[in-house]
Design a protein around this ligand. Structure first.
Ligand SMILES: [Zn+2]
Length: 238
């Protein structure tokens, strides 16, 4: 497991705890992709960074922090884009996605399906979120659960905000699912975890089956993936 190469898509609220847990668990060959800078308003949930990192590139500051944990870190300062996504994810043993937008979530899922790379994904808004691990061709994928990028107005953590503790739980959960997969525990794939911090029983897991007609079953994903497929829905904000 210590030789596994892991790509983290997003080095923010989910990617920060996931990367720290992985590095301290001995998964130390990490690559981070993110195009953002550290922002003061996000520090409460992005535990890789502190005040001195504000205004600097997330991936470069994250690499410095993770190298102190003994990790070997490569960085890609940019976005995951459709034309290169399949080739990029195909270089890794596992991908962890913690992006704050649906387009990147679906792109990561589709690219991993095409490349045959295990992927762990999560999302959160306010006090609730979810996590899902997928083994291409063998368990449900993101599209089996959520079908497609929402075209109506849907809140994301980028606009609605998210509680730092919630992404802390889900990022650590992503790391736990990743470690299970890297240890060969295939039962981790196809479990849909939901976390509702204010509920009486906040953490639940249910097994989801591949959905009939999903592109992961019908093998209908275009290769190469096209930019248009991941166009964000029109913004309805004034
Ligand atoms: Zn599917």
């Amino acid at each position: 497991m210590s030789d596994a190469r892991v790509l983290l898509v997003g080095a923010g609220g989910l990617g920060s705890p996931a990367a720290l847990v992985l590095a301290r668990s001995g998964v130390r060959r990490l690559t981070l992709i993110d195009d953002d800078q550290v922002d003061l308003s996000n520090l409460h949930r992005q535990v890789l960074y502190d005040d001195g990192d504000v205004g600097h590139s997330k991936v470069h500051r994250a690499a410095k922090r993770l190298e102190r944990e003994g990790a070997t870190v490569e960085v890609i300062e940019g976005r995951l884009l459709p034309p290169i996504a399949v080739d990029l994810v195909g270089r890794f043993d596992l991908v962890i996605e913690g992006a704050d937008n649906f387009a990147t979530k679906f792109l990561t899922s589709d690219a991993c399906q095409l490349a045959g790379v295990p992927v762990v994904q999560a999302g959160a808004v306010r006090w609730a979120g979810w996590a899902l691990a997928s083994l291409p061709g063998r368990s449900a994928c993101l599209r089996c659960v959520f079908e497609d990028i929402p075209r109506d107005r849907v809140e994301t953590c980028a606009v609605a905000g998210v509680v730092g503790a919630v992404v802390g739980v889900l990022g650590a959960l992503e790391a736990a699912l990743a470690i299970r997969l890297l240890h060969g525990d295939e039962t981790a794939a196809g479990e849909l975890w939901s976390y509702r911090a204010l509920a009486a029983h906040p953490l639940r897991a249910s097994r989801v089956r591949p959905r009939a007609g999903c592109s992961c079953r019908e093998r209908t994903l275009p290769d190469p993936l096209t930019v248009e497929r991941y166009a964000p829905p029109p913004c309805t904000n004034p």
